[in-house]
Design a protein around this ligand. Structure first.
Ligand SMILES: [Fe+2]
Ligand SMILES: [Fe+2]
Length: 308
């Protein structure tokens, strides 16, 4: 496991934020999506585009919930490094919510009601906040952060995804989000451990979360396909199902990493992504990189000084 350390508070004339010092720098983005964005931006496939759009529809409310569940425990954190990592995590997730909201509004203009699905999730999560114990809410965040980290790692590692995303702005959004999910993947987990969260609750909540996650994604995906009048295009949909669930499909490839979570003593850093993230930071943030002109706080583009 790579141990993160806090970097110096100053680099040249630029004063670093806590998140930057911990190697989890919130990067301000302002992607531009419009009706011009390719309608079937993922592989020219209605099935796969609506699948990823379904995930996107869960992010604004879902990631706000993640942030709140970690904030509930901010008071018990004394370690300066973990405090800084939490700041970085909150900043990154807030930015993801904002940009996916913009993406969902674009999808809505194409007739996919992603904004509506987001609002519905918000209602459900407000209820969860009221009735579910805070430790369990944090455990759910740990479980879902595991999902996002392994899915995001796959997006970065498997070039097929990068080739399938046909819209340049959408490609930037998904790769930027994938990078940052892995930069902050340990934060909720470490806060959970500090809060005294144990193995039984973590794995029990993971099982419940898995069932709920696939139920919600499955139903909402079908609703987006219905809205697109593509629900009964069996041949095209079968191709998409094979891409996700077939031999060498997205989910079977993630199975081993998903199951790692059930190992006692598992920690997100057991999945070593240090070199992968370095490679992508260069690819995206260096001069001429995919995000070099996009990032709104370029001085903080994040040559990470602390390993996440
Ligand atoms: Fe995120
Ligand atoms: Fe996250």
């Amino acid at each position: 496991m790579t141990q993160a350390t806090l970097a110096d508070t100053n680099t040249g004339n630029v004063r670093m934020t806590a998140g930057e010092r911990a190697g989890i720098p919130p990067r301000r983005m302002d992607f531009e999506f419009s009706e011009e964005t390719n309608r079937y931006w993922y592989g020219n496939s209605a099935f796969l585009t609506t699948f990823w759009t379904t995930l996107s529809s869960l992010f604004p409310e879902g990631e706000t919930f993640f942030v709140d569940s970690v904030k509930n425990y901010r008071g018990i954190i004394k370690d300066p490094l973990l405090k800084a990592q939490v700041s970085g995590f909150i900043g990154q997730e807030a930015m993801h919510s904002k940009e996916h909201e913009a993406f969902n509004n674009m999808a809505a203009k194409h007739g996919f009601p992603a904004d509506k699905l987001d609002k519905e999730l918000g209602v459900m999560l407000r209820f969860v906040r009221k009735v579910v114990p805070k430790k369990m809410q944090l455990a759910a965040t740990v479980a879902l952060e595991h999902y996002t980290a392994i899915l995001a790692e796959q997006l970065l590692r498997d070039e097929r995804h990068q080739q399938m995303i046909k819209d340049p702005e959408a490609l930037k959004l998904w790769m930027w989000h994938a990078l940052e999910e892995n930069e902050h993947k340990i934060v909720a987990y470490d806060v959970y451990q500090l809060a005294g969260g144990g193995y039984f609750l973590r794995t029990f909540v993971m099982l419940i979360t898995t069932v709920l996650f696939f139920a919600i994604v499955g139903v909402n995906h079908a609703r987006l396909l219905w809205a697109d009048k593509s629900l009964f295009k069996f041949k095209d949909n079968w191709k998409g199902i094979t891409f996700l669930w077939g031999w060498k499909g997205l989910f079977p490839q993630l199975a081993g990493k998903y199951l790692d979570f059930f190992r006692p003593g598992f920690h997100p850093n057991d999945h070593d992504t240090v070199a992968l993230l370095d490679e992508w930071r260069h690819k995206m943030l260096d001069e001429g990189g995919m995000l070099a002109d996009q990032i709104k706080n370029p001085s903080r583009a994040a040559k990470s000084t602390a390993a996440a």
